[in-house]
Design a binder for this molecule. Structure first.
Ligand SMILES: CCCCCCCCCCCCCCCC(=O)SCCNC(=O)CCNC(=O)[C@H](O)C(C)(C)COP(=O)(O)OP(=O)(O)OC[C@H]1O[C@@H](n2cnc3c(N)ncnc32)[C@H](O)[C@@H]1OP(=O)(O)O
Ligand SMILES: CCCCCCCC/C=C\CCCCCCCC(=O)OC[C@@H](O)COP(=O)(O)O
Length: 273
């Protein structure tokens, strides 16, 4: 399906434009997001059957099936990914991967680079999204209750043990919520506690800002290019809980600098927000 383009304020619809060309940005946005949700729901139901038939239940191996399906979604929305640094995922053994989180569309960027044997940490509410909840469950996503620090901490410390025992990488969105402002929110510390508890490296992944083609506030959603950079692993061997804040700050600065560079944002803007 070609990427539907809205008619934006200030530009009259041309006679050659079809019905999609005359749609207001709001309708265009709603249609495209609606289509994305339907695509996720339908593909999740089909992928769930495939996961059950091939792997028999909840396992990280299902992520290969989910990844293969989601990687086709970009063509429906005219999105292109330019990926650098994939070799940085080739660390021996488990690792914590941290990345910026802008939108529900991030699932496409996630699957574009997702290494094998990698599960994500997600909010528990995702489980109740029908077939999408089912596929996320089958893929082995670790569910946390963000409203209860103590229960989230308990889940994370269990993960610290199992990820090492089972040689699994864990993908965390350290902002803890979606943020499509072109900047980073302050990082939560769970991912960094986890990395230090498990004594595994942190691998930052940065996606360029979506704001040039996607903005829910202004109802913008067109085709676009997303630059992705997998940064070199940051070692945590020998670090203790006292080092969590330093590690968090270090990852935050590196990722923010990379985000601005990839998004073509002038460096003097770094300090302004
Ligand atoms: C086929 C079609 C498919 C369709 C499609 C499929 C897609 C298939 C992929 C799905 C993919 C899903 C993707 C989901 C994406 C999200 O759901 S993002 C939202 C959920 N994820 C997160 O929230 C992760 C990030 N959050 C954290 O890490 C947070 O720290 C926690 C663990 C939730 C705790 O929350 P908090 O209490 O608000 O956070 P924070 O202020 O950091 O911590 C409070 C205190 O506890 C301490 N603390 C935190 N964690 C710990 C810890 N582990 N140990 C000890 N102390 C700790 C902190 O140090 C802090 O203490 P101080 O240092 O201030 O003294
Ligand atoms: C029977 C129930 C039917 C429910 C229908 C639900 C329809 C939604 C269908 C598809 C949407 C595709 C979503 C793919 C997964 C997105 C993961 C995600 O991006 O979650 C947001 C979470 O990181 C942070 O949440 P907040 O920004 O704090 O909020």
């Amino acid at each position: 399906m070609p990427a539907a383009q809205g008619t934006f304020p200030g530009r009259p619809a041309r006679p050659a434009e079809g019905a999609a060309g005359r749609l207001s940005p709001t309708v265009n946005f709603a249609l495209r997001i609606g289509f994305y949700c339907v695509l996720c729901l339908v593909c999740s139901a089909l992928a769930a059957v495939a996961c059950l038939l091939v792997n028999g239940g909840r396992t990280v191996k299902n992520m290969r099936i989910i990844r293969a399906v989601v990687r086709t979604f970009k063509y429906f929305f005219g999105l292109r990914f330019e990926v650098k640094g994939l070799e940085n995922f080739k660390v021996e053994g488990p690792a914590i991967i941290v990345s910026n989180h802008q939108s529900v569309l991030d699932m496409m960027g996630l699957m574009e680079v997702l290494p094998d044997n990698c599960v994500q940490v997600g909010k528990k509410e995702l489980m109740y999204m029908g077939s999408v909840g089912l596929i996320i469950y089958l893929g082995g996503v670790i569910f946390i209750n963000r409203k209860s620090t103590s229960s989230a901490k308990m889940v994370m410390s269990e993960v610290a043990k199992t990820m090492v025992a089972e040689n699994v990488k864990v993908w965390v969105y350290p902002e803890g919520t979606r943020n499509c402002t072109g900047d980073l929110l302050p990082f939560k510390k769970g991912a960094f506690h986890l990395a230090i508890q498990a004594q595994v490296p942190v691998i930052p992944v940065v996606y360029s800002s979506f704001t040039s083609f996607y903005n829910p506030k202004t109802k913008l959603f067109t085709s676009g290019k997303i630059k992705v950079e997998v940064l070199p692993p940051i070692e945590t061997k020998g670090l203790t809980p006292d080092d969590v804040t330093d590690l968090t700050d270090r990852c935050f600065s590196t990722m923010r600098e990379t985000l601005f560079r990839l998004s073509g944002r002038p460096s003097q803007a770094k300090d302004s927000s």
